[in-house]
Design a protein around this ligand. Structure first.
Ligand code: BG6
Ligand code: MG
Length: 219
């Protein structure tokens, strides 16, 4: 049984978390209310449906099923207008170094994302061929913090969850990794991601020595 790595996409490999925030905020504003960046932390890693449910609660609003679906489609359209402008310059600093190291050393790694747009984004940034497996929002039925997405990724990488290391920028994703008995590495604010086994502000803080240490250790 071998070590394997799983990467979240939005907010870990690319900074699309900011586009999700802009698009959800526009939706709220159009419905006549607003929410804060702090509230937005609760949306990170969470599926599209669950995100809209949370936002409507904040605005104390209810929508018919038809209107709910229409708003989700509008949000996605707006979000994709940002994604459309992306290219591989959007890959976050420090990420290629880690992915290249894993590739060169034959350590398998997967994408584990809640997004249904994951494959579109990977194509935009030329990373669609790099991962040994891709598990995204089209493959799962349970949203993070349910570990389903990471457990499927572990299976596809032919290893046990205990051997997996997960990189995540969201509270829900860190919880999903922990519930799945994987090692969790938070990318972002230490105070927000305090449940993670390790936290770094971004990938430029991650040295190859750290990756080597992870390869030696069990949780
Ligand atoms: C996650 C994002 O990766 O994917 C969430 O952190 C987003 O903000 C979720 O809502 C679903 O993404 P999409 O692209 O399918 O709407
Ligand atoms: Mg994320």
């Amino acid at each position: 049984n071998h070590k394997a790595f799983i990467f979240d996409l939005d907010g870990v490999i690319v900074d699309t978390a900011k586009f999700h925030f802009l698009a959800w905020r526009k939706l709220a504003n159009d419905l006549g209310f607003d929410f804060t960046e702090e509230q937005n932390e609760q949306l990170k890693g969470v599926s599209r449906v669950e995100s809209l449910k949370k936002i409507l609660k904040w605005g104390d609003m209810k929508l018919s099923e038809k209107e709910f679906n229409r708003q989700m489609a509008l949000k996605n359209e707006n979000y994709l207008s940002y994604v459309d402008e992306m290219d591989n310059a959007e890959i976050l600093p420090g990420v290629p170094k880690v992915l290249d190291y894993l590739k060169e050393n034959d350590i398998p790694f997967a994408l584990g994302s809640a997004s249904k747009n994951a494959r579109t984004i990977l194509k935009k940034i030329d990373l669609d061929d790099k991962f040994d497996a891709i598990v995204d929002g089209t493959d799962v039925s349970k949203a993070k913090p349910d570990p389903e997405v990471f457990l499927i990724a572990a299976e596809k990488l032919n290893t046990k969850p205990e051997n997996c290391v997960v990189f995540e920028d969201s509270v829900a994703g860190v919880q999903a990794a922990n519930i799945g008995k994987m090692i969790s590495v938070g990318i972002g604010d230490k105070k927000v991601l305090q449940e993670a086994d390790y936290v770094f502000t971004d990938f430029t803080e991650i040295e190859i020595e750290f990756i080597e240490k992870l390869l030696r250790n069990e949780k």
